[in-house]
Design a protein around this ligand. Sequence first.
Ligand code: NIG
Ligand code: FE
Length: 389
Amino acid sequence: MRSLLVTNIGELVTGDPNWGEGPLGIRRNAALVVDGRRVEWIGRATDTPVADARLDVDGAAVLPGFVDSHSHLVFGGDRAAEFAARMAGQRYTGGGIRTTVGATRAADDDQLRANVARLRNEALRQGTTTMEIKSGYGLSVADEARSLRIAREFTSETTFLGAHVVPAEYADRTDDYVSLVCGPMLTAARAAGARWIDVFCERGAFDADHSRAILTVGADAGLGVRVHANQLSEGPGVQLAVELQAASADHCTHLSAADIAALAGGSTVATLLPGAEFSTRSPYPPARALLDAGATVALATDCNPGSSYTTSIPFCIALAVREMAMTPAEAVLAATRGGAAALRRDDIGRLTHGARGDLVVLDAPSHVHLAYRPGVPLISNVVLNGELV
Ligand code: NIG
Ligand code: FE
């Protein structure tokens, strides 16, 4: 494997305060070498070792690759008409999930695979080097298993979301559907390589008891726990996530003071998904209160055809800064170290010795430009696993 020197970095965001100034650990006029897929050397641009290849970034900012810890890329069809109706005044309820379940079941494997590949490439071009991908639009044993198998072709961070909603054929038989999820569907999900289990804990989806039952049996089977929590209303999701020591409680849009205290006091990351609030015209999550209380915050896209059809972490960073009172540094940290924490990983989301060689070069001198220049394609180069892509 060839080593790569990245040099003349005006602002290197290491993501670790031990490695530079401030919470982002910023170093100026820096250089780094990626060798054997890992960051091997960090130092001054005036004093660089020899490497097989050299990328001179001419004073630009270099950041850890973005970690998108929440997406739903395996689906058929789209829901542009539902979005247009919402922008004309209709409310988002999650009812459209069943529309996508129908389109996903009707698609063949190659169509689903091509859709994931298209969206994964879109994300990569915008600086995302790690992406979690959920199932959840199959909702039968066979369709959840194939969704996870296809997701696994693109990432090791795959999540079984059989408990997204109760599918139409189980209407008024929620207990039977929960038994299916906890039994044969979970077995098939594990065989398909799922690493995580997730539940949409919300009125109209799964209540606290069903959610706890599903997540507990998943954890007992060796899967890590994540929860779609408090998206559409206050409810039990966040408290359940903290109780089960879930890696992440996702959405966190409607939080009580007790929810914020629980997240600040526990090991569960609060993953905020402002693309969903943007696309459903909803109030944004209370990021400032979470950060001030000491919670660990991640930012992710929630990319899906219903509530948030974006693959762009830079867009989410801009929303977090403008609409959620996060500073640019907090937003960048949440999209890198925060995402890594939400996946319980310490080899990504930072650029320090031994970290994976995943980085982005901005067409800008500072990370601040990600929010300062919204909607502008600022990612000029991406290095994934030590290779320039
Ligand atoms: O995270 N909330 C549940 N699931 C998705 C939305 C899915 C959809 O509308 O298709 C979300 O926002
Ligand atoms: Fe989601």
